[in-house]
Design a protein around this ligand. Structure first.
Ligand code: UN1
Length: 478
């Protein structure tokens, strides 16, 4: 069995016990063993990052461009192999695994470009003979805590801007998917990342994560994961006045209006609700359907659902892979039971035994639901969607916004006027018209409102807001 170590100060190090990494499509397939660190590993990684900081912040934009561009190229060259590894480790389909690896490549290449576009501004002071410059400087040492559901793209969209803007990094990937993060670490080393600039510490949130967020020499934390953990991180970082960026859950609405083109709406709802096994914070979990099209929509959805093939993530004919692990599957099944006890009609949702020891579940559609039900207020994070009937646009809009979350919101309509109104009124960070609520571009801002996000936006040029700090310099030449 191949053993994998963490990376501290440019050296691969066994930090603690090795833990098996299991394929969720087939639990007899152990992908490798990964050494889990603890608080003392974080201590060593932070010290390495801190001592590398001065040289890295003074590195030239060309040096940083070359590193990020090279990693981006390697991810693209090896996208088929790395994508297949990702599918084996996390359980999303092969097409999704390769697509996500390509996205990670594009993210690295975008931020390579950002290294060359470090701009500031020069203004005249309100006082005579004084210039005022506003520039951006690195924040310093940043801790990145990433989830299992996008095991290569999310590390990429945190690491690339962090390095581009001159910060040193400690990455703690999800303990369910350390393999993809390990590949990124290998590529960074291969492409010449200086020692200590990037460090990988695999391990549990309760030990490694906790040590990282509370370490006084870590200047900023970027986290993607659950609301409960996000809140805890905000509390710890708040006490220390540490910069924090949180991307958490969603309960994203997709509104289907009477005038929607169902040949667009149904595939968008199938994709948004069930693809990636519903394990996306951008998934559509509340399908709010205008009364006049409700029955036709439900018929078309159930027909489309019956054509979905659930199977081994590595089988190219699978549309949906397994749930990530037993714990998540049991939690999903509890919500299916809850839907029944809240008097919803349930289509699908049962555990599937597919002749392999995997965590397979049939996609679930809950009918006749009401927005106040727990199934419509809590994030399930599985292949489950609810249909909620609405009398018209106003009611649909009110239901869409009646949630503790605010990440994405979608609408399917052929009316420009309705689409425009929806874009203006949706209390979310991202709006989709005639598109699934999930599946975003890598060069524009990503983030939400309310319980979904906290702190500066991720991705695109907006990423600079979190990974830099602004300096205003006044100069009187005398
Ligand atoms: C996407 O929908 O393309 O954890 C990305 C998540 C999000 C990423 C979604 N942070 O699901």
């Amino acid at each position: 069995m191949t053993k994998h170590d963490s990376l501290i100060n440019g050296k691969w190090q066994k930090l603690g016990d090795y833990k098996p990494n299991i394929n969720p499509s087939d639990t007899e397939d152990v992908i490798g063993e990964y050494s889990y660190g603890d608080a003392s590993s974080v201590e060593a990684a932070v010290a390495a990052a801190k001592s590398a900081q001065e040289a890295w912040r003074n590195s030239t934009p060309q040096q940083r461009f070359d590193l990020l561009d090279a990693v981006g190229n390697k991810l693209a060259e090896r996208s088929k192999e790395i994508g297949a590894f990702l599918s084996r480790e996390e359980g999303k389909t092969l097409a999704e695994g390769v697509g996500e690896t390509m996205r990670a490549s594009q993210v690295f290449k975008f931020h390579a470009g950002e290294c060359l576009r470090q701009v500031g501004d020069l203004q005249a002071s309100t006082r005579p003979d004084i210039d005022v410059e506003t520039t951006r400087e690195p924040v310093g040492v940043v801790g990145l805590i990433t989830p299992w559901n996008f095991p290569i793209a999310i590390p990429a969209w945190k690491i690339a801007p962090a390095l581009a803007h001159g910060n040193c990094v400690i990455l703690k990937p999800a303990d369910l998917t350390p393999g993809c993060a390990h590949i990124i670490a290998e590529l960074l080393v291969e492409c010449g990342c200086p020692n200590g600039v990037f460090n990988l510490v695999m391990g549990r949130g309760s030990t490694v994560g906790e040590a990282l967020i509370s370490h006084p020499d870590v200047d900023a934390i970027s986290f993607t994961g659950s609301v409960a953990t996000g809140r805890h991180i905000a509390e710890v970082c708040g006490k220390q006045l540490k910069k924090v960026q949180l991307e958490m859950g969603g309960k994203n609405p997709m509104v289907v209006m009477n005038d929607a083109d169902l040949s667009i709406a149904v595939p968008a709802c199938i994709n948004g609700t069930f693809f990636s096994t519903g394990q996306r914070c951008t998934a559509s979990s509340r399908l709010i359907v205008e009364a006049g099209v409700h029955d036709e929509f439900v018929d078309a959805m159930t027909k489309a659902m019956s054509n979905l093939k659930i199977g081994d993530a590595l089988d190219p004919s699978s549309h949906i892979g397994p749930v990530v692990d037993e714990k998540q599957l049991l939690s999903n099944l509890k919500y299916v039971d809850l839907a029944r006890s809240e008097a919803a009609e349930v289509i699908g949702g049962q555990r599937l035994e597919l002749g392999k020891n995997g965590f397979f579940q049939a996609p679930a559609l809950f009918l006749g639901t009401d927005n106040a039900m727990r199934i419509n207020q809590e994030e399930i994070f599985g292949p489950c969607g609810s249909v909620i009937k609405a009398a018209g646009f106003e009611e649909a809009m009110a239901i869409a916004n009646d949630t503790p979350f605010g990440l994405t919101a979608g609408i399917c309509t052929s009316s420009l006027k309705t689409a425009r109104e929806f874009k203006r009124q949706a209390d979310v960070g991202m709006v989709m018209v005639n598109l699934p609520t999930a599946g975003v571009d890598y060069h524009v801002a990503f983030g939400g409102r309310k319980g979904s996000s906290f702190g500066a936006r991720e991705q695109g040029r907006y990423a600079a807001e979190f990974y830099t700090t602004v300096k205003t310099a006044y100069c009187f030449a005398g």
